[in-house]
Design a protein around this ligand. Structure first.
Ligand code: AMP
Length: 444
């Protein structure tokens, strides 16, 4: 199965894919689309950046395009549930792109904005409803939406849905869906709670797993800068002002932190915007558009706000703070290196963040090595030369500043990696392997 033509998709979809210049299916598309077209349930373990939206959108559009029915007021045929507004909007854009030659209507329902337009769209009738759980339940309870006619359901980013506390809402929504339906269930990780939910929702699903390591992480040059907390801002500035830093996405742990980083960069003449949960939906969309169109060079985000950022051409992801949850690391850096492109991910690590960094290393295993760099970034030049310093090489670059005694415990991390990528220490090796096995077992 090599081309979209082989997958039996209807002509209007083939045309739209040609317009988008999609030549070959991504691995998840190659695996999921044929089984989905045949009507089977799909359990997909994959993150954004793998082409998973098309993996569910194309078979769904194929089905709707073949049936060619009129939309019915308040009763959609397809429901896509997403954890955040950004992701819902991104999915909606994808459905519009792939379905542009089909006469289908879709409605987008999410919180944080007035409900008037959403209610009107449902009253007019939509084939496809894309929604976040809270607002969907609201509108259902008010009698504006009825799920009795749903034939296809997608639960996207299920793990994030649970992290954000949507499980009770999702269960309530599920209880209102017809039993006879096709279900697509996607999650970047498969902890036991997700496996339970998947079992509840799916009937004899085909399991499609795209290893996060092999999707985005492999193509991304990953570096860790060990530094002091007060060196972070200067280091970031030097990364951003380097020649190759075209579009830089910066992650902070807190909303306040995002604002501070954005303000400091902006004050030093670098066009920057911040997005986080305290910003209005409009402000978030506006910032994303500005970033996408290159009106700002840097976007600073928190994890939740960054979910669903679909911006091509991000050259650098900078973890200003190491994420507490190691899975977030994979999500964050996956924003660069989208759809096969390469990218650079730089993580700032202070003494206090070593533990989190070790958890990340455990999750990624020895397959992917983090390139450590002991010197705080002091010039853009250094980062310009980072490309030839290829993935896999751990040779420390010559630095003008050695480690202060405060940073000497860096060794406990760097020792875990050797040039061959194998942990030296047997106990560490076993621990890492066990952690990876746990991730794998949970996904079975
Ligand atoms: P997703 O994982 O669905 O968020 O998709 C990530 C990016 O890959 C989006 O920018 C898509 O437009 C792009 N994409 C998806 N499928 C393909 C494909 N088969 N060929 C090229 N680009 C693709």
């Amino acid at each position: 199965m090599k081309t979209f033509e082989d997958m039996g998709l209807i002509a209007p979809l083939q045309r739209a894919l040609k317009d988008e210049q999609y030549k070959t299916p991504t691995p998840i598309q190659a695996k999921a689309i044929p089984v989905a077209v045949s009507g089977r349930d799909v359990l997909g373990c994959a993150q954004t950046g793998t082409g998973k939206t098309a993996a569910f959108a194309l078979p769904i559009l194929n089905h709707l395009g073949q049936r060619n029915r009129k939309a019915v007021s308040q009763r959609p045929f397809v429901l896509v549930l997403a954890p955040t507004r950004e992701l819902a909007i991104q999915i909606s854009n994808s459905f519009s792109t792939y379905g542009k030659y089909l006469k289908l209507r879709q409605a987008l329902v999410y919180g944080g904005v007035g409900q008037g337009n959403q209610v009107r769209a449902m009253n007019r009738g939509a084939h496809i409803l894309i929604a976040t759980p809270g607002r969907l339940l609201d509108l259902m309870n008010q009698g504006h939406i009825d799920l009795a006619q749903i034939e296809r359901v997608v639960l996207d980013e299920a793990d994030r849905m649970l992290d954000m506390g949507f499980l009770p809402d999702v269960k309530r929504i599920l209880s209102r869906l017809p039993r006879s339906r096709q279900t697509f269930f996607f999650s970047a990780t498969m902890p036991p709670s997700i496996v339970d939910l998947a079992k509840r929702m799916l009937t004899q699903p085909v399991y499609v797993q795209i290893q996060s390591n092999s999707v985005s992480v492999d193509k991304i040059e990953q570096k860790v800068l060990f530094l002091q907390r007060d060196e972070k801002h200067a280091s970031l500035r030097s990364i951003v002002t380097a020649d190759d830093a075209d579009k830089v996405l910066v992650f902070t742990r807190t909303k306040r932190g995002a604002d501070v980083v954005a303000r400091k960069l902006d004050q030093s003449g670098i066009k920057t915007k911040a997005i986080h949960g305290n910003k209005s939906q409009n402000a978030r969309q506006h910032a994303l558009e500005a970033f996408r169109k290159h009106h700002v060079q840097v976007l600073v985000a928190t994890d939740v706000a960054a979910r669903g950022i679909d911006v091509d051409g991000i050259t650098h992801v900078v973890n200003f703070d190491i994420p507490v949850d190691p899975e977030s690391y994979v999500h964050r850096i996956g924003r660069t290196g989208r759809a096969g492109a390469s990218g650079i991910a730089i993580s700032f690590c202070t003494e206090n963040e070593r533990r989190e960094l070790r958890e990340i290393q455990k999750l990624l295993g020895s397959k992917v090595r983090l390139i450590t760099d002991h010197s705080p970034a002091s010039s853009g030049q250094r980062h310009r030369s980072s490309r030839p310093h290829a993935k896999g090489s751990t040779t420390p670059r010559s630095t003008s500043r050695g480690l202060s005694s405060g940073r000497s415990s860096t060794r406990s991390f760097t020792q875990a990696s050797t040039a061959s990528g194998k942990p030296k220490n047997k106990r560490k090796q076993r621990k890492g392997r066990n952690a990876r096995q746990r991730v794998k077992q949970a996904s079975k």
